[in-house]
Design a protein around this ligand. Sequence first.
Ligand SMILES: Nc1ncnc2c1ncn2[C@@H]1O[C@H](COP(=O)(O)OP(=O)(O)O)[C@@H](O)[C@H]1O
Ligand SMILES: [Mg+2]
Length: 478
Amino acid sequence: MSRPALLGGTPSKRPTRFDLKQALVVRLILVALFCVIGSALFNLHNTAQEATDQNREVAAGIEQHLVTQLMRIETALDRADRFPDWDAIARNSLRSGQCIEFLKPNNSVGNSLCSGIDQSTLRAPLWFVGAYKLLFLSHTDIVRPLASRGQAKGAIRATIAPEAVAERGWLELSRMLGVWGAMIAAQCVLVYVVVHHALKPTDDILAGINRLSNGDLTVTLPAYELNELARIAEVFNELARKLQTTTRERAELARQLVDAQERERAHIARELHDDVAQQVAALSVVARSIQKLIGPAVPQATRECNELVKMCSTALRSLRETLIHLQPPEIDELGLVASLQELIDTKNGATGNTTRLSFHHEGRFDRLPIDTAAHVYRIAQEAVNNALRHAQARTVDVRLWKTGERIELTVRDDGLGPGPTWTAVRGQNSGVGLIGMRERIFALNGDFYAGEGAPSGFEVRVSFPHTAQPASTTGGAA
Ligand SMILES: Nc1ncnc2c1ncn2[C@@H]1O[C@H](COP(=O)(O)OP(=O)(O)O)[C@@H](O)[C@H]1O
Ligand SMILES: [Mg+2]
C-alpha cells in the first residue's frame, strides 16, 4: 500500500555515509597499523640496546684482561712494550662491525682493533641507516676507564658501526613486517566475514526501513537472536502496525470528509436549482405577464419589465455556472473523460485567448468507480482553477492516462510557478484547494505532488491504484 507523497519540493540531500562493515575494517586496520608501528619502534630500540650491551661486554672483558696484563708488567712478568696485548681475547669476542680502542691518558687513540663488515651482505637502505643512527644509535659507544694500583692508565672504548646495527634492525623489521602484514590481512578478512555475518540482520532492517519509507506499511521484521536487534525489530513492527492503523483510519476519515463535502455541495446545488432558480424563472414569467397586461400604454413600465426579464436571465446564467462548479456534470452519465473535456471546453470559452487549455487522455476509464471518477474530476477542476487564478499561464495541459495498475493525472501550466516562498513542507503554502486535493488522493490511497513543474511553471501530479468497479454498477461511457 503506498501513501501520498509530500506536497512538492525535492528531498534534501543526504550526507555521505559509510558502510558499517567497511568502517569497522578500516578502524581495525588503523589500530593494527598503530600496533605495528609501536612494535617496530620497540624492536629497533631493542636491537640498539643489544648493540650497547655487546659493547659493554667487550669493553669489560678487555678491561679485565688489560688490568691483569698491567699487574704482570708491574711485577716484571711481562714486558711494558707489549701493552696492550689483547689480540687473542679481542679477536674472539668482537662481532661484525665492532671496534675496540685503547685511549691513552691524554685521550689520544693508542691501539685499536676492528672486526670488518662484509659490504656485499648489507641490505638496509641508506635512508634507513641514517634515520636509525639519528634516532637510536647515539648512545651505543661504551668507554671504560683503565686503572692499576689507583693510577689512571687510560681507557677502553668499544664501538660498533651504525651500518652493522642498522642491518640487524632492518632484518628484524623485515621479518616482523612480513609476519604482521600477513596476520593483519588475514585478520581483516576474518573480521569482515564475522562482522558481515553478525550484522546480516541489519541488511533486513535497512530493507524494511526503506520499504516503510516508500509507503509499504505491511512490512514486518523477524525475531532476531541478538538482544538489541530483536528489540529494534519489535519496536519497528509495533510502529509499522500503528502507522498502518492510523493511516487506514485517516484514509477513511479523508474519504468521509470529501464525501460529506460532495453531499453538502450537491445539497446546495439542489437547493439553488429547485428553489432559487425556479423562483428567478417564475419572476421572469411574472415580469412578462405584467408586460403583457399593461401593454404598450405605459412605455415606462414596459421598459422596466424588459429590464427585469434581462436581469432574471443573467441571474439564471450565473446560477447555472455556480451549479456547474458545485456539482460536476453527471459523471455517472457522461463518464470521466467527457466530463473533463466539458470542463476544459467551458474554461476555454471563459478565458478567451488569454490562456489555452488542452486535455489529453489515454486508456479507458469507464469501469472506474463513480466516487473515484468524482475525486479525479474535482482534483483536475481545482488544479485548473488554480492555474487560471495564480499562474498567469499561457497554456494549461491536463493529461489522464493509465500505467499498469495505476491511473495518473497531471495538470501542468507554463506560468509563474510556485515562486520563491514556496516550500516543500507538507501543508505549508497550501490553501484549502491543495489540502482538499491531497485528502481526495489520500482517500484513493495514491501519491500526490504539487509544486515546481518541468521545465517551468506549476505541476499537480497524482497517481493512484486502479480498482475497477463491477460492470453492473458502472455508469456512463468514457
Ligand atoms: N498553478 C499554480 N501556479 C502558481 N501558484 C500556484 C498554483 N497552484 C497553486 N499555487 C499556489 O498554491 C497556493 C495554494 O493553492 P490552493 O490550496 O488552491 O489555495 P487558493 O487557491 O485558495 O489560494 C496558492 O495560493 C498559490 O500560491
Ligand atoms: Mg485554489
